[in-house]
Design a protein around this ligand. Structure first.
Ligand code: AMP
Length: 213
């Protein structure tokens, strides 16, 4: 099963993608996570990606597509995957489709997690992530058991640089201009499914599993 998660930054795509990956036993592939791992590791790719990410801009398609195609060609992706944060532009979706078509495959579901703009800044400023194990939380909606500390590994949680309010506004603008058109793109393919992202994360997941079966 090949799944694409769509939705504004902060809509909860990552949280849902992780749950889908666990339930359906497919890898969770997040281009943002790959970039962050490279930044942490001090690689050339990380250095290049960081300047765009810190400004709330998209990393150029060519670079992003290359790392995504490398990742999905790995053995563990053979039976499918859930893509989180990719594609973010029509050209990215087209390259992915071209590669899939060559292999006689396609995206089965594009799940759009819908959250209105007015909720996004609030949601993103409350996000916290574990810099060690990658677990994600929200101070209001998905709080850790102990404030500020990762449930899974005990590490102190952080607010991502690009979740700061000034960057969030830019990311939202970029989302509307470049990523939202993908909703039409996948609607035309017959792959689009919409879920309400404003409800409790467990209920969002229930709606998703009703779709995926
Ligand atoms: P995310 O963790 O998905 O919110 O991504 C964080 C940041 O990484 C984005 O704001 C972009 O700067 C960059 N990024 C992640 N995925 C992509 C993509 N598919 N295309 C371009 N830039 C991306």
């Amino acid at each position: 099963m090949k799944i694409v998660m769509l939705g504004a930054p902060g809509a909860g795509k990552g949280t849902q993608a992780k749950k889908i990956a666990a339930k359906y036993n497919i890898p969770h592939v997040s281009t943002g996570d790959i970039f962050r791992a490279n930044i942490k590791g001090g690689t050339e790719l990380g250095k290049e990606a960081k300047s765009y990410m810190d400004a709330g801009k998209l990393v150029p398609d060519e670079l992003t597509v290359r790392i995504l195609l490398d990742r999905v060609s790995e053995e563990d992706c053979r039976n499918g995957y859930v893509l989180d944060g990719f594609p973010r532009t029509i050209p990215q979706a087209e390259v992915l489709d071209k590669e899939l078509t060559k292999a006689g495959e396609k995206i089965d579901y594009a799940i759009n997690v819908e959250v209105p703009d007015e909720n996004i800044v609030d949601r993103m400023s409350g996000r916290r992530g574990c810099p060690k194990c990658g677990a994600s939380y929200h101070i209001k909606y998905i709080p850790p058991k102990k404030e500020g500390v990762c449930d899974a590994c005990g590490t102190e949680l952080v607010l991502r640089d690009d979740d700061k309010p000034e960057t969030v506004k830019n990311r939202l603008k970029v989302y509307h201009e470049q990523t939202q058109p993908l909703i039409d793109y996948y609607t035309k393919q017959g792959a689009l499914k919409e879920v309400d992202g404003t409800v409790d994360p467990e209920d969002v997941f229930k709606a998703i599993t009703d779709i995926l079966g």
